[in-house]
Design a protein around this ligand. Sequence first.
Ligand code: 3EB
Length: 364
Amino acid sequence: MRWLSADDPAISRALRDPRTLGLATHGGGAPLAVDARFPQAHLRKHVIGSDAQVVDAQVVEIWSGRTEARTETIGATYCRHNGEVMFATVSAPLESASNDALGEGTYIAYQSLLAALRASGYPHLLRVWNSIPDINLNEDGLERYRRFNLLRHKAYEELHQPTGAGAPAACALGSFGGPLVLYCLASKTPPQAIENPRQTSAYQYPQQYGPRAPSFSRAALWRGGEDQSDVLFVSGTASIVGHQTLHHGNVAAQTHETLTNLQAIVAEAVSRDARGLVVLSDLHLKAYIRNAEDVPIVRQALAGHGLDADAVLYLQADICRADLLVEIEAIGPAQSIAVTTGTADTQDSSFRSSNDSQALPESG
Ligand code: 3EB
């Protein structure tokens, strides 16, 4: 990803550009005050600097298309679309007194999201980001991530989304507090699902990982309207071979295994005739790290694979299996849909548009 400083004109330009589809903000603090037309997923995950310290800033991830977009709110889901692709976000507060608040929140959020996709005419999910507070917590005998899988599966089934082959690329990470937050990209034309020959498909994981297997593909390859270059959305990828976690407690080896998986997924996509895509270093990477102090080891492993460790966004987050220390996702080489990221000093007034911040369609 491109790192831009808070006052970089590219960021403020994107936040005024009608081609901008939506944004995700990573970090503590409040959601960013931006034009109310732009849907915003506000994710509570700490940004980690190169010194392995948590940075007191937000990173803004801005998704843009090639043509002017239009905002539409459908039920609880905030959408913005351009005739080709849509950014959408929905969140569910988890404060209800019910002892299955997470299950209910997951089901309601997905029902709302999938209904919005259908109503707006963008029925194909390309990529979903799930942010789940206390993801590894055990509640009534079931880990919250496993409960999430159960209810996501139910909503997908009821709204006729594929839960197995053809499921979107996805990731599911923890957050420190806040609501359940989903954001996604969806399109009018379907992507091609890519699996990893080194890994059991997640939707075929055995029951030992929970009553319903996770509904996601290892990657989604999307052509869109751009002939020159496809977009590959690679799901959160970790140190799993077959269906087993490898290298317990060894973050260097887990990162190495994760990168081998990522390379295998990219090779698989290339073998499907992906246009404009050759190697992993063509893609933007985001790394989720359970323990912030492991960042230097992860950076070293990335560099050891010939990747630019400075170009990666590092976020501190719990990962959906308690024995995983690192998970990495990838996207690119984007043409029809582009991502720009930058750090926003939340004190910096240059990010605040003066009078339209009250009606912020925040989801966090
Ligand atoms: C794995 O490979 C690690 O539940 O949406 C990665 C990406 C993982 C997405 C999800 C879970 C999800 O099983 C976990």
